[in-house]
Write a protein that binds this ligand. Structure first.
Ligand SMILES: [Zn+2]
Length: 320
């Protein structure tokens, strides 16, 4: 009996061995499948993963693509500033910055607002908290329009990479409170002058805001470019998934002249207009990283530099 039992054990041994080998293999498969998920999860928050991931890699992008519900945008968010998205949908997002600083209130381009309203163009407006404070009536007007969504452009147009972390966080949070006072919530964070690094992106992500820049610079800031040139610039550069940057703060005098031709031209190219959040939520949308720019694109909101410097801005931006 005893011997038989041993014999059974022995005979089971060789049989069991392959089974035992098979088991880990079977287990290994799901584990391997799960790996990307495990990678994606920490992205939402974790510094180590974010640091480890190379900036413009496809993997985190693909994971982040389904940005989910409108606002707040769901984590995990990309660990980079988004320049545009890859999508098959023929859509572009027009964005309008309303920059104001502690020393400079700037203004409001009502004609631009009127054109967008008349043409039924959904847009994303990125005001600084300071702009809202200095333009309370206009800010209310923007907030009353359902075709306008809000982005967060910091409180005082601070260069986020050059201030202490605590202050950078406050720049976003304070503006978010001000936007909430309008009954709105921002859908994205746009760093002033395009200055971003991982730390800034993470700060915004912790407040559920993807960091969004642009891939098409209209060049309207400062009035250096003629309307004709702005039209040509945008029409030649915009494509499906593009994010175009304009200004609506009284610092871009030719935008209103250029907009009608830009709208017509993009429509002729078969492109439709969507907000940034809509763009990010396209089912096939894959965010594309902006180039790292820890010091920003100085001339973007600058006053003194001419068109020549705009080439520098363009050079500092991503292309395919
Ligand atoms: Zn700005």
């Amino acid at each position: 009996m005893h011997a038989l039992f041993i014999a059974l054990l022995l005979s089971a041994g060789p049989d069991a061995a392959p089974a035992a080998d098979a088991a880990p293999v079977a287990d290994a498969a799901p584990v391997a499948d799960a790996a990307p998920v495990a990678d994606a999860a920490p992205v939402a928050d974790a510094a180590p993963v974010a640091d480890a991931a190379p900036v413009a890699d496809a993997a985190p992008v693909a994971d982040a693509a389904p940005v989910a519900d409108a606002a707040p945008v769901a984590n995990p968010l990309p660990v980079f500033a988004i320049a545009r998205v890859r999508t098959q949908d023929p859509v572009v997002a027009l964005t309008f910055d309303a920059c104001a600083t502690l020393k400079q209130d700037n203004g409001f381009d009502r004609e631009v607002f009127d054109i967008l309203k008349r043409e039924h163009i959904p847009v994303t407006v990125f005001p600084t908290g300071r702009w809202i404070e200095t333009h309370p009536a206009e800010a209310k007007e923007l907030a009353a329009e359902t075709w306008i969504e809000f982005g967060n452009h910091s409180y005082s147009h601070a260069r986020m990479t050059r201030i202490p972390r605590r202050k950078a966080r406050a720049q976003i949070a304070r503006t978010e409170e001000i936007v909430a006072g309008l009954g709105r919530k921002s859908v994205a964070f746009r760093p002033p002058a395009g200055a971003w690094n991982r730390s800034v992106v993470r700060l915004a992500a912790r407040q559920h805001l993807p960091t969004v820049e642009w891939d098409v610079i209209s060049g309207d800031a400062g009035g250096h470019l003629s309307a004709k040139k702005i039209v040509a610039t945008v029409l030649s550069a915009a494509k499906a998934g593009s994010i175009v940057i304009f200004h609506i703060n009284g610092r871009a005098p030719h935008t209103k002249e250029a907009l009608p031709d830009i709208i017509r031209g993009l429509r002729e190219q078969g492109l439709a207009f969507v907000t940034v959040s809509d763009l990010l939520q396209r089912p096939d949308a894959q965010p594309v990283s902006a180039r790292p720019a820890p010091f920003g694109y100085r001339p973007l909101h600058g006053k003194k530099r001419g068109p020549k410097s705009l080439k520098g801005i363009a050079d500092a931006h991503p292309s395919d």
